[in-house]
Design a protein around this ligand. Structure first.
Ligand code: GAR
Length: 206
């Protein structure tokens, strides 16, 4: 079986990365994690990569707060190309990607977001849902485009908001669901494109 070469990009604690790497290790997910990249030097996601023996890199993001400097985004493209990455998996990567990445990996970059998009894009989406008085929120996996937490939706899962939920308890329950949903979405890519694929609809040539 051919394994789909993936890279995981994240800025924080890396629990989704861990869930994905565990599924790969247990044989449930036909992907090969070739690279983990973070824009935060001491992000736990890099420690998780080391724990699982996956190549990892810190990418100094440059002088902007919410995006990579264009030359650095080009560097990222090069790193991913050198590793022959087929699918780029954003897992808590807190920078908006722009043309270099979007052009190099059309419909090959996916993200997980802790709300039922299009509701509550942006930071701390679970808090946004809580203060808005919603009774249901959840998480969404989607293709990445040039807008924040926007792009064609691949899958969503609902999570009920309980009367005594705090921001922390709600985010924790959403994360449990993310850890199921995201590997399942990646598994679908692997099934469809793992042996792949020259020309598949929705999976354009580079
Ligand atoms: C996850 O809840 C993910 O949905 C969210 O960041 C968290 C990262 O957690 N992403 C976004 O808010 C994207 N806009 P993790 O580092 O433990 O995987």
């Amino acid at each position: 079986m051919t394994r789909l070469p993936i890279a995981i990009l994240g800025s924080g604690k890396g629990s989704n990365c861990r869930a994905i790497l565990e599924r790969i290790r247990s044989g449930d997910l036909a992907a090969e994690a070739r690279l983990v990249v973070s824009d935060v030097l001491d992000a736990p996601i890099l420690d998780i990569a080391r724990e699982f023996g996956v190549a990892n890199a810190y990418l100094p993001p440059g002088r902007f707060r919410t995006r990579l400097e264009p030359a650095i985004e080009e560097q990222l493209v090069q790193m991913l190309r050198n590793a022959n990455i087929e699918l780029v998996v954003l897992a808590g990567f807190m920078r908006v990607l722009h043309e270099p990445m979007l052009k190099a990996f059309p419909r090959r970059i996916i993200n997980i977001h802790p709300s039922l998009l299009p509701k509550f894009p942006g930071l701390e989406a679970w808090k946004q849902a809580l203060v808005s008085g919603e009774t249901v929120t959840g998480c969404t996996a989607h293709y990445v485009d040039e807008r924040i937490d926007h792009g064609q939706i691949l899958a969503k899962r609902e999570v009920r908001i309980l009367p005594n939920d705090t921001a922390e308890s709600l985010h924790a329950r959403i994360q449990v669901v993310e850890h199921e949903l995201y590997p399942a979405v990646i598994a679908e890519f692997c099934e469809r494109y793992g042996d792949a694929t020259e020309q598949v609809e929705g999976w354009p040539d580079r």
